[in-house]
Design a protein around this ligand. Structure first.
Ligand SMILES: Cc1ncc(COP(=O)(O)O)c(C=O)c1O
Length: 389
């Protein structure tokens, strides 16, 4: 087996300690290896880029207890989506006051559970959830999520979350009437959003909501800008500084000073900290005349690469054959499922020398991978995570 070398064109692929771990320890594949020092560095980079915003790490991006523990030590707060994530964060030493229940879809019983555990911040986008919050989390701080037009998201939310801005005004006024603390509006531009203008549009709209509420005698005090900060996968993403500058300018223009800012980054904290090491199971062709080879890996859609659905996220790949001729490939997972094809439209090329048993490293894979992997689809075990740093 060759040592695995970086064949990617853009930024340095993995940290030296992660590379050393892969080379020296040769872990069984597939596995995700996560560099906790890189997680800390990403968190600090976000803090430095936007020091005026409190960071609520979106636990869903990578809920490994080790990640949560490292971020508790950094002073992060947490965006949680379920009672399971609440328990996870509390078990890793997070204070209940640092948790925000950001999922607008929740059972009344789960709101009560969260409140009993000390959670006091919630997001909602509907009358039903608001009524449940008033009953089961009396006095809590609440944000109303409104719909934003965010066309440049790599993994768009569609219309699942949020309500029309005019409705957000009505709901926040009702929240106040129900005895809740109407904290303000929130939005999420969709994950992997490469255009800072989306935040500008959201901030502009949020300011209109705040103004209309103020006119109704319902003062709000904060703005939750959600997540969505992108990672450079095969296509480079604008630097964090561009997003921060756009956000800062828009907040200054539309809110002035005095508004409390929050962000809920997930991907930007963990993606670049992780590499998935996989192995080639088979290289084949469907037709002797077809130059495309099918490369089947020992990881697929159901063992962690859920974000390859619709080929939304196109990861950078690394093999052991950097300087040899390559050719076009279709890349698929190992299961007996027709949907378990990772890339058939995105033009990937891999070395012609690639053989069964060779490693393929999947870069920037620390977000939305391990926790997406199925328990045992086709008998394949969930993707394990190993840690360095
Ligand atoms: C409410 C909420 N906040 C934050 C995030 C994190 O988004 P990202 O990983 O794109 O930063 C998500 C992701 O789905 C979310 O649903």
């Amino acid at each position: 087996m060759h040592a695995v070398l970086d064949t990617s064109l853009s930024s340095p692929a993995v940290s030296a300690q992660l590379r050393a771990f892969l080379d020296d320890r040769a872990p069984a594949t597939p596995c995700l290896v996560l560099d906790l020092d890189a997680v800390r560095a990403n968190y600090r980079a976000l803090r430095a880029a936007l020091p005026e915003a409190a960071v609520f790490y979106a636990v869903k991006a990578n809920p490994a207890p080790e990640v949560v523990r490292a971020l508790v030590a950094e002073g992060s707060s947490f965006d949680v989506a379920s009672t399971g994530e609440i328990d996870l964060c509390l078990a890793q030493g997070a204070a209940a006051a640092s948790l925000s229940y950001g999922n607008p879809i929740k059972k009344a019983a789960d709101i009560g559970y969260a409140h009993a555990r000390g959670v006091r911040r919630f997001t909602f986008d509907s009358d039903g959830d608001l009524a449940n919050l008033a009953e089961h989390a009396p006095g809590a701080r609440v944000w109303c999520r409104f719909l934003v037009d965010a066309p440049e998201s790599g993994t768009p939310f569609g219309r699942k979350f949020g309500c029309a801005p005019e409705m957000a005004v009505r709901l926040l006024a009702r929240a106040r009437d129900l005895g809740l603390d109407a904290d303000g509006a929130c939005f999420h531009v969709g994950s992997q959003h490469v255009d800072p203008a989306a935040w500008v549009a959201g901030i502009t709209q949020a300011a209109r909501i705040a103004r209309e509420l103020a006119e109704r005698g319902v003062p709000t005090r904060s703005l939750n800008l959600g997540g969505g900060f992108p990672t450079g996968y095969r296509c480079p993403a604008p630097p964090l500084a561009d997003h921060a500058a756009a956000i800062r300018a828009a907040v200054a223009e539309h809110f002035g000073t005095g508004v409390e800012l929050l962000i809920e980054p997930g991907r930007a904290v963990v993606a670049t900290a992780g590499v998935i090491r996989s192995e080639v199971v088979l290289v084949s062709r469907k037709d002797d005349a077809d130059e495309h080879r099918w490369v089947y890996l020992d990881i697929g859609r159901y063992s962690g690469l859920a974000e390859t659905e619709n080929e939304y996220i196109a990861y950078r790949l690394r093999t052991a054959h950097p300087a040899t001729p390559d050719g076009p490939v279709i890349i698929a997972g190992p299961t007996c499922d027709g949907d378990d094809v990772l890339y058939q439209h995105t033009p990937y090329r891999l070395p012609l020398a690639l053989r069964a048993g060779d490693h393929v490293d999947i870069l920037d894979a620390g977000a939305y991978t391990a926790s997406y992997s199925s328990v045992s689809f086709n008998g394949f075990p969930p993707l394990p995570t190993l840690f360095v740093g």
